[in-house]
Design a protein around this ligand. Structure first.
Ligand code: GUE
Length: 297
């Protein structure tokens, strides 16, 4: 059996085409949705990701603001940029590109972001609202990678109602937050979280209808872990030099042999990555729509 590919580029393109219309409607009302990124230092992978976010936002008619600070920027200098973006009415949402240099207090910086402008949806206030379930239907930003994973399934016609989803990894970006979305009544999935402390993670994985692999460990999930026909979504990003070409290459958490037993697989690259960017832009367009509604109320 060869798995059906969950094409993240195609689903992201569909989302961006819908966003193009929403952006045009906002512009017709005199509001240009603005996204900003804050990049500290010159890590090549971070520069690549940030560049992608700006190019794609501009392509759908958004305004993009790029703030760059040197690798030795102080906490006060980074916080001053956060305060500026919080006060800037042309910026409806933004992200601080992670990871930050080690001398900076990441949590303090992320908490300083205005929750209404939190494009990642990972501000403590927004995560708290997710736990309290007070933002369904959406009234505040939701975590964009979990939204991307769910949209990738839903847009391919996958019915999550009653499905058993096993999430691998306890990071904040996916592991800790995606279960809160998947268990809402609108999706109605059942969620198990496995992590490095789980005894025999394989016994849970082999029962999964859906596996969301977000451990950041190259090729952690192999064919032997997967129930025939299951959907396997690969969120992991491990950058390594390819021994054949010597160039940096992205490896996911899912080994290639999984495609022989799974029913659906998301490629990596080309799967969850483009969806994350599309949902980041969605969060900012939604923030701009709320700003317009609030101004006219
Ligand atoms: N505050 C913050 N928010 C983030 O969302 C965030 C972050 N920091 N730090 C780094 C990670 C990583 N991340 C990716 C987004 C898109 C792709 C993506 O679109 N990748 C392309 C390939 C790009 C390439 O590597 O050539 C793909 O999968 O097809 C990958 C990774 C967002 N992150």
């Amino acid at each position: 059996m060869t798995a059906t590919v969950l094409d993240g580029k195609a689903a992201a393109a569909a989302i961006k085409s819908e966003l193009t219309e929403r952006v045009a409607a906002l512009r017709a009302q005199g509001v240009v949705p603005g996204i900003a990124t804050v990049l500290v230092g010159a890590d090549p992978a971070s520069q690549l990701y940030v560049g992608m976010k700006h190019r794609q936002s501009e392509a759908i008619g958004m305004n993009s603001i790029q703030r760059e600070l040197p690798a030795d920027a102080t906490q006060a200098e980074v916080e001053a940029v956060i305060d500026e973006l919080n006060a800037d009415p042309t910026c409806h949402g933004y992200i601080v590109q992670l990871p930050l240099p080690k001398h900076l207090d990441t949590d303090a910086i992320l908490e300083r972001i205005d929750p209404a402008k939190d494009a990642d949806g990972l501000h403590p206030t927004n995560l708290g609202r997710l736990v309290l379930n007070v933002n369904a239907p959406i009234t505040t930003p939701l975590p964009c990678t979990p939204r991307g994973v769910i949209e990738l399934l839903v847009r391919n016609g996958y019915d999550l109602d009653g499905a058993h989803v096993v999430v691998v990894g306890r990071g904040v970006t996916i592991g800790r937050s995606i279960g809160l979305l998947l268990t809402r009544r609108e999706y109605n999935a059942t969620v198990t979280l496995v992590h490095t402390g789980t005894k025999d993670a394989g016994q849970y994985l082999r029962q999964a209808d859906v596996i969301v692999a977000a451990a950041g460990v190259k090729h952690l999930i192999t064919a032997a872990d997967v129930k025939p026909g299951a959907a396997v979504l690969d969120v992991g990003v491990t950058r390594e030099d390819d021994p054949e070409t010597g160039k940096a290459k992205v490896f996911g958490d899912v080994a290639p042999d999984v495609a022989d037993v799974a029913g659906f697989v998301s490629p990596n690259p080309g799967g969850v990555g483009p969806m994350t960017v599309a949902l980041l832009m969605t969060n900012v367009v939604e923030a701009a729509e709320r700003a317009v509604t609030a101004a006219s109320a």
